[in-house]
Every structure is written in structure tokens, then in C-alpha cells.
Design a protein around this ligand. Sequence first.
Ligand code: AHR
Length: 509
Amino acid sequence: MIDARVTIHPDLVVGPVNRRLFGSFVEHLGRCVYDGIYEPGHPTADEHGFRSDVVGLVRELGVTTVRYPGGNFVSGYRWEDGVGPREQRPRRLDLAWHSTETNEIGLDEFAGWLKRVDAELMYAVNLGTRGVLDALAVLEYANIRSGTTLSDARVANGHPEPHDIRVWCLGNEMDGPWQLGHGTAAEYARIAAQTASAMRQVDPDLELVVCGSSGAQMPTFGEWERVVLEATYDDVDYISCHAYYEPDGDDYGSFLASAVDMDRFIEEVAATADHVKARKHSDKTMRISFDEWNVWYMTRYNEVDKITDVQTWPVAPRLLEDSYSVMDAVVFGNLLISLLRHADRVTAASLAQLVNVIAPIMTEPGGPAWRQTTFFPFSITSRLARGSSLDLTIQSPTYDTAQHGEAALVDAVATHDAQTGEIAVFAVNRSLTEEAAFHIDTGALGAVEVVSATSLHDEDIHAANTLADPERVAPRENSSVRIGAEGIGITLPPVSWTAISLRTQAAAA
Ligand code: AHR
């Protein structure tokens, strides 16, 4: 039995938990949009063709923002193809995913869908094959009330109110050789700086996200951030991070410690941003938008899914449809713990992606929609993580990993809502074999009561929810939780994720 403990002190605040941490991502990729959120003819489709069963699940998931329309897709995208009369919209080659884009769904329809799911739009402009003028055009179309050709076009298209998009991504993964229009850091820095400055001339209050690295493993990582931020620091609000994790063969020990890598990545980007801050004698601290993160069996995609035939450009093919296991969900929940732990720097994040494509929600055309295992840590964390993230002292035995060095067997984070007195603790046990006796010292909180304790765990770490068995895995009440003289005790099963909701007397009063 592993013995691990944390001490909670409500004064040790890391930073406020920004609701934008619970963002997601919808790309025109595979069946995320078509046959995902949109399937006219589906029994639950609304008058716009959007599946209401999917809307219900997205709301339950607790998603606050959605990044759109890509992803790699955006670097070949002409936004104007997706507005105006549907029958006149062109069909285009999508080079990023070797598919045909029908443009049935574009900015206006997607903004309408977001109202149904009660989430905010985070829009990415194409800085791969387009540039400043195109970014200004879509900004004018989306955000200017009326009186110009583009804003009047939106009104004429049936959308009298501006979409009022506040957060804009300046391209996508421009450091990646796979990206259309990829260049050097200096080349991207120049176009990003010009675009940011031009967009600010339209609206100085926009929030702009400049592209950081598409992974800490990129050869240009660190230097890319420095060069890009040197050029854009004053005009942008966030630098992006992207990270995906998968097991290397059966090295599950390393996989379960993926959050160690995410912690480091965030801290290294923050250090680089602070270096630029110092050189510029700036008062501004650059925030991080972790706008793509997930478990992704990318190696599998490279070997199996990829369409390469010159004459084959399918519409909405099944791409990147990973089925997530219990172990994947534990790693996933731990990535959320890492994001919360850095709430002072990471103030926006997007789970990539939302439906069908490396997603927490799966759909079958004409059939049901269901929750993958990863759905649960996201929905529960989004619901419970309120107020501020707290700096925890964690005492846990460690183990050696091949990829990330020494890692704690138990990892955790806590949040505290000073207004309501509610505390949430999220914890993982990374051990493949042993239970952990997890002790939470709540002495500094006064009297507390346990509202709920929920664990995601299964005897079979590879168990998953599928079309045939959509409810095979679900979180269950953890009945081992006890309140003692020194705090809370709970048993964390091996390879498990747990959320504990506590109420202090401040809440009861
Ligand atoms: O989320 C899938 C892809 O991963 C995105 O299109 C791209 O930005 C990243 O490489």
C-alpha cells in the first residue's frame, strides 16, 4: 500500500481558475463537424441539422470555449467559402486531412451552434497560406455591426448581431513542417506581429494567441517561443502550447506520468516568456493558452488512417477515432491536474477535440452518441474546480520512468472557492499494482464535510466504452472516504482518477 498525503491551506493560492481552462476544439477534420455535431436527417437533428443528443452531451461535459475551425485545416482554409447561401458554397480539397470540405458548415452556423451549447467561440485565422488582409476580413465580417461590405454581408446572410469573437488564434502550429505555409520562427513572428497589430487597430481589446510550439519535443522548442515573443510581446495576450501523449509500447509507467512532461512544458514556456518580459522591461506577464491537449494514439494514425491516394478525397472520413481506455482517462485527468496546478499562467485551454476525432464524445450516423472514458474527468473537473487553485504540499513515494525520470506515484491538485467555501481535490494513483492510502490534511480549513468522492477505475485498465457497450466504464462513488481527527482519508485504487468534493463550515454558514 502506498502512503501519500497532501496538506491544504486556503491561503496558498496559485491563481484563479479561469473558466476558459475548460475549453475544447472543433476542427473540420474527419467526423468532428459532419456526422458529429452536424447530421441533418439524424432523428435528434434540430432545424439547422445539429444533433440535439450531441448538444446535450457537450453541455453535460461543461465546455466553456471552443476553438474553431482548426487545427491544421485552418492553414488551407478560405473562411468566406463557409458563409452565404449553402448551394453556392464551393467544395474544396482539404490538404491537411486529405479530405473534401463541403463548406456546409462555416462561421455563422458554428456560432449559432455555440449558443445552443452555451460556449464561447475562439477563432483561428489562416496565417499559413493567407495573412493580414484575410484576418482583417474575417474580423470585420464577424465583429463589426454593419455599414461595411463584409459586415453587411453577414447581416444579409441572416445574422444581424455581430458574433463578437473576443479570442483569436494567429494561425496554428506554424512551427510544424507539416503545416501549410510553415516557415522559420522569424518568418512567422513577422506575419503574426503584423496581423496582431492590424487586428488591434480594429479593436484594441481583442485577446490574441500567438503560436508557440506544437510540442516540447520540437527541435525549435524554446528558441521558437523566444523569437516569436520578441516580435509580438506587446500585441498578444497568450502564447499557445500543444501536447499529445500516448504509451510507448507497453511502457505504461511513463505514460501514466505524462503530466510530469506537461508540468515541465508549461514551466519552460513561462520561463522563456519571462525572459522576453525582462528584456523588454515589460509589466505584462504573458499567459499560456494550452489550446491542444489530449491522449492521442498518433502512431496508430500514422500507420493506419492516413489517406494518401491522389484521387481519393472523401467527405468526413473516419479519422483519428481513438477509443479511450480507463488508463487513458487517468492520464487525461492528470493532465487536467497539471493545467489547474498552473492556473496562474495557463488561463485558457482546449481539449482536442470534441466529437469523434480524439474526442470525449462519439457518434454513430443515424445512431447513438456516447461518452468515452475521458468524458468523466473533464465533466467532473469542469463542474467542481471553482475559485482558486491551491499550492499543495504533496508527499508521495516516487518511481522511475524511462521517459520522464522520477515521478510521484500519487499526484493531486485542489481548488477552493472562497465565496462558497467549497473545496475540490483531484488525485491520481499512477501505480499499476498498488492501492494508495491518501491522506488530506484539512486542519487549516476547520471543520469539513465530504460532499462526494468519485473514482474512475476498473480491474481492466484497457476497458473502454464502445458503440456495442457504451456504458461499460463510468465513475463510481468511492466509499472508502473517511473523516478523521487530522483530515480526510481515502483509498485510491491502482491506475485511478478521483475527485473529492468538500464543504467547509464557511459554506454551511
Ligand atoms: O488535433 C489534431 C491536430 O493536431 C490538429 O489539427 C493540429 O493542430 C495538431 O497537430
